[in-house]
Design a protein around this ligand. Structure first.
Ligand code: LLP
Length: 439
């Protein structure tokens, strides 16, 4: 079992002391369930570890992992910053009252409308991703409403984080950021620093996601601080901030639990490395930012499904179909991600069998778990897939016109709906249907 779940006297699974069978009845299925205390616990672990080891830091939650109004509120309450990557995320953050000056605005292709929105309302930091964007900003920042526009420039340090190719972002050929090679990033910093309207605060990098070892992060620190030091020595440009992005991996399976550094050891290693490197370069300690997404929400989240038809191909395979699938969790299809699950209404005991958990989409690839041992499953059972807090709700789709599930936060035996499940009529709401006979 991942996280802090438990089993009650009815042999039902409990998350945040709420019985998942009761949650399924009250809110319907599929349903994303988040243990609020676990989210808050991870946020505090980051902040406390930093506070213990480093003088000046900001932890920015990466909203792309999972964002809704209630999540923005939690992030704000816990004193974190928030990383947003689109006008949509920006709008949801501001719409739920998130302070503009704690927003980090990302994106490799911020549209005209997105830039205008952020410049009109304000940002804590603007992460510049390329030359064309920088040129736009040299002009547009004249209109910035809160004084000089505080920017970080994103660079690609050329570190391989040894994770899935689709979520590797710090290599030189990446579509993100300014490569450090051939003086490209250097040129960008000098150009930005020449503007009276930009406040060039520092360097940003994000090398990838679901990273298992600390080594690539530490390599990035080395490279980035050497780069910052070169800017200081060669151009007198002293950058005061270093944003190391997100990327800390988490276990998805019980068997992987020992394979990932804890939040605490990640923070200890990063801050230790930054201190050591700064000392060796005689560089003043920069303000450190990190932008964790997955490591804050993944384990806290589970998806609760209702089992539908069970199909046995004798001697070959038994399929257990649930009332969701790649629409609410595209990660197995996209990245070959592996998950584990439990029967929410009969967690322990009984005869076991090996089955495949599949979704209801018109695709043979719509397999959530290719092989898992579970107590004998039948129609109507509640299946809970664990570790779905990150990049599930945020990547869900309406493929096959399947409505997206709602989201519930649970804590101390109380559940609150934070995102309504989509209804069938939601699916028609945006349609413009021609008058009959009009074509
Ligand atoms: N900062 C930046 C600039 C990012 O691009 C990302 C993730 C993060 C922070 C947060 O990284 P995390 O701590 O969550 O690893 N959809 C993929 C993951 C894509 C990650 C994109 N960027 C997945 O489902 O695995």
């Amino acid at each position: 079992m991942l996280g802090r779940k438990s089993v009650n006297a009815l042999n039902h699974l409990e998350i945040g002391q709420c019985d998942v069978v009761a949650l399924a009845e009250q809110f319907g299925t599929p349903l994303y369930v988040f243990d609020e205390e676990e989210i808050v616990g991870a946020m505090r672990e980051y902040r406390e570890a930093f506070a213990q080891h480093y003088p000046s830091f900001h932890v920015a939650y990466a909203g792309k992992a999972f964002l809704c109004g209630a999540m923005c509120r939690l992030v704000a309450q816990e004193g974190l910053w928030l990383d947003v990557v689109s006008g949509g995320e920006y709008f949801v953050a501001r719409g739920s009252g998130f302070p503009w000056n704690r927003l980090i605005f990302h994106g490799n292709n911020k549209t005209d409308e997105e830039r205008a929105l952020a410049l009109r309302e304000g940002v804590g930091r603007w992460v510049v991703d390329g030359f064309e964007e920088l040129e736009c900003l040299l002009e547009e920042s004249k209109q910035y409403v809160h004084g000089k526009l505080p920017v970080l420039l994103r660079v690609t340090p050329g570190v391989d984080p040894h994770t899935h190719a689709y979520i590797t972002t710090g290599r030189v050929e990446s579509k993100f950021g300014f490569p450090l090679v051939e003086g490209i990033a250097e040129k960008a910093f000098l150009l930005a620093a020449s503007s009276p309207y930009l406040d060039v605060r520092g360097v940003h990098c994000h090398i990838g996601s679901q990273i298992r070892t600390l080594d690539p992060f530490l390599k990035a620190v080395d490279i980035l601080l050497e780069f910052m030091d070169a800017l200081r020595r060669n151009h007198g440009l002293l950058l005061e901030e270093l944003d190391l992005g997100g990327g800390l991996g988490v276990p998805y399976l019980d068997g992987e639990k020992g394979d990932f550094p804890s939040i605490r050891s990640y923070v200890e290693a990063l801050t230790g490395k930054v201190r050591e490197k700064c000392l060796s370069l005689s560089y003043p300690l920069p303000v450190l930012f990190v932008e964790p997404g997955r490591s804050i929400v993944n384990t806290a989240g589970s998806t609760v499904y209702r089992v539908g038809f069970v199909k046995e191909i004798p001697g070959v395979k038994k399929y257990v179909a649930v009332n969701g699938g790649m629409t609410d969790n595209p990660r197995p299809v996209l990245y070959g991600a592996r998950y584990q699950a439990l029967l929410g209404n009969r967690v322990e005991g009984g005869e076991k069998e090996t089955v495949a958990i599949v979704g209801k989409c018109c695709e043979s690839g719509d397999v959530l778990i290719p092989e898992i041992e579970l107590p004998r499953v039948k129609r109507g059972d509640i299946l809970v897939v664990e570790g779905t807090g990150a990049y599930n709700y945020s990547m869900a789709s309406n493929y096959n016109l399947i409505p997206r599930p709602g989201v519930v936060f649970v804590r101390n035996g109380t559940a609150r709906l934070v995102v309504r499940p989509e209804s069938l009529s939601d699916l028609l709401r945006k349609d413009v249907i021609p008058e009959e006979g009009a074509g």
